[in-house]
Write a protein that binds this ligand. Sequence first.
Ligand SMILES: [Zn+2]
Length: 154
Amino acid sequence: MRLAAAILLCVAACGRAHWDGGDPALYGVLLEVEPGAPFTDSSDFRLRLKHILDATSRYFGHDPSELDGLRIVVRNHWQSCADRPAQVAGCYSTDDNTAVVSTAGFQCIEGTAVAHELLHYFIGDFQHTDPRWHAFGPLWSEMVPDGCRPFSTD
Ligand SMILES: [Zn+2]
């Protein structure tokens, strides 16, 4: 009940839902992990996710503190998003300010759709018409370990 009230208040004040209880070590992101999702049992999982949040935010000209109130759900399978029937590796919904990303089928956490969904968080653009969708190369070079193929919609 308290959470629902907080979300409603912030929808009015902030323009989108704000999830309380986020992890201060993840810039206030509320992280939910589905059992069995690859990489999530690793001892450095949160540290590596934090680096993705930090590097992606800064790469696109934002401070990672702007992620406060975002919810990220890490799944162990692909899913369909909203009105699209296709199974995809990630979705971001402004309705509930939640990014859902799958780690299944990826070689490293940095190569998943997390960075892609973060750009949706910052700019929306669900039709992918902004040129920044084709500018992930330098970010991948900085962030993704050798031998790991990054997610791409190109
Ligand atoms: Zn997208």
